[in-house]
Ligand binder design. Structure first.
Ligand SMILES: C[S@@+](CC[C@H](N)C(=O)[O-])C[C@H]1O[C@@H](n2cnc3c(N)ncnc32)[C@H](O)[C@@H]1O
Ligand code: SF4
Length: 386
């Protein structure tokens, strides 16, 4: 039986990157830039023009999700968001249950814009709460305090159908007990979705420089990090918010549809500085990367194309990407779909060996990482990829 194309299996999403922030957090390596002010009209028009350009290349699709990521998309004026959503609506058919998410920093100025975003069509927000401890928010360089974040969360719950928030754990000076208490408070607060990330010290960040100079003290050891991860799985599952992905928790049906498009290796269009996209036309899959610097992207988009590159993704690379994405999910990857892309990725003998080691398991033709496997996912993938 022929399998459906990737976009039919995984859905079709639109990612919109807003690259500006009010301050640069010392741990963050996202494509975010601090500027005094932004004239948003040309940005709204350029993002809309990019969407229309893509609609000509990838016409006639049903859009499952839109995701405004950043940077800080909650610095966008509601009119800017409305212009972008309007361009998408004019370009593709919206699924009846389309999910439109905006990443927001949990401050009162941003919460004041929530109603405007909802009127523009946003129906889900993801709040960057990061920590429920004042000292740690300061260490993470955040501009909000705990009360302000909780207030923004309360407003978001009233305004939007769906609300998620992010926390970063395995922070400086944090022990297992501290995290247990904080996560307990987070689970009391959470409604339908929670993203819990272990702090990673990324090259090019202020934390990285501090770590190089030996001044980033008190980071948990690898063992403590692993214990924190296990505890996180346990507490979240117990509270009815099991992990559906390595760092993402939700009851069944409340998963982020947009993230599922990536992890199920569907098609998505990426617009805005540094945005990546993957989409298939006549069974050829393309990867697009937009110019990263805002000052380069804007004039390029205004001149008719904001992309730095568009390349064909060879079948074997598609298999590798699908494997890397899909093993993050608790539902795993469809082995038949994977092996139709390439027989040399995830050969049976290696799957058997990793299964014997308790790192993988197969159920209903889906290849899944076990909890132990998810904790060492990079080395599992290294073994599966030729
Ligand atoms: C694009 S960022 C944040 C969006 C928004 N500007 C904010 O700060 O809330 C998405 C999420 O990635 C997580 N994150 C970013 N850098 C991280 C790092 N170095 N380690 C762990 N999590 C990180 C944070 O939880 C953050 O909310
Ligand atoms: S974490 Fe968010 S607010 Fe901080 S620099 Fe990164 S994108 Fe901007």
């Amino acid at each position: 039986m022929t399998q459906p194309e990737n976009w039919q299996t995984g859905g079709f999403g639109l990612y919109v990157h807003w690259p500006f922030c009010e301050a640069k957090c010392p741990y963050c390596d996202f494509n975010s830039h601090v500027v005094a002010s932004v004239d948003q009209r040309p940005w709204a028009e350029a993002l809309a023009a990019e969407i229309r350009r893509y609609a000509e290349a990838v016409p006639g699709r049903v859009l499952t999700s839109i995701f405004f990521g950043g940077g800080t998309p909650s610095l966008m004026a509601p009119e800017t968001v409305a212009t972008v959503i309007g361009a998408a609506r004019g370009s593709w058919t919206f699924a009846n249950d389309i999910e439109i998410t905006l990443e927001a920093n949990p401050r009162s100025v941003e919460a004041a814009r929530f109603e405007g975003y909802a009127r523009a069509g946003v129906n889900r927000v993801s709040l960057g709460v990061q920590s429920l401890r004042e000292d740690d928010l300061r260490k993470l360089g955040r501009l909000h305090d705990v009360k302000e974040a909780q207030a923004a969360f309360g407003i978001a719950r009233e305004v939007f159908d769906r609300v998620s928030f992010d926390l970063i754990y395995a922070r400086q000076g944090q022990n297992l007990r501290d995290w247990e208490e904080e996560l307990g408070e987070a689970l009391e607060m959470a409604v339908d979705h929670l993203s819990l990330y272990q702090l990673t010290v990324e090259p090019g960040t202020a934390f990285w420089d501090r770590a190089q100079k030996g001044r980033l003290k008190g980071l948990p050891t690898e063992d403590l990090g692993a214990d924190m991860y296990e505890l996180t799985q346990e507490l979240c599952a117990g509270a009815g918010m099991p992990a559906y992905e390595v760092s993402n928790h939700a009851p069944a049906g409340s998963e982020s549809r947009h993230n599922l498009v990536y992890w199920r290796y569907g098609d998505w269009i990426g617009v805005g500085p540094g945005a990546h996209g993957r989409f298939s036309v006549h069974n050829t899959r393309y990867e697009t990367i937009a110019h990263r610097m805002p000052g380069v992207w804007l004039p390029a988009a205004q001149a008719g194309n904001g992309d730095l590159s568009r390349d064909v993704v060879p079948m074997e690379d598609q298999a590798i990407e699908y494997l890397i994405m899909g093993l993050r999910l608790s539902e795993g990857v469809d082995l038949e779909r994977l092996h139709n892309m390439s027989r040399s990725v995830a050969p049976d003998a290696v799957i058997e060996e990793l299964t014997r080691m308790g790192l993988l398991r197969i159920s209903s033709h889906q290849l899944k990482a076990t909890l132990e496997g998810r904790m060492v996912l990079n080395s599992v993938i290294e073994k599966l990829v030729p």
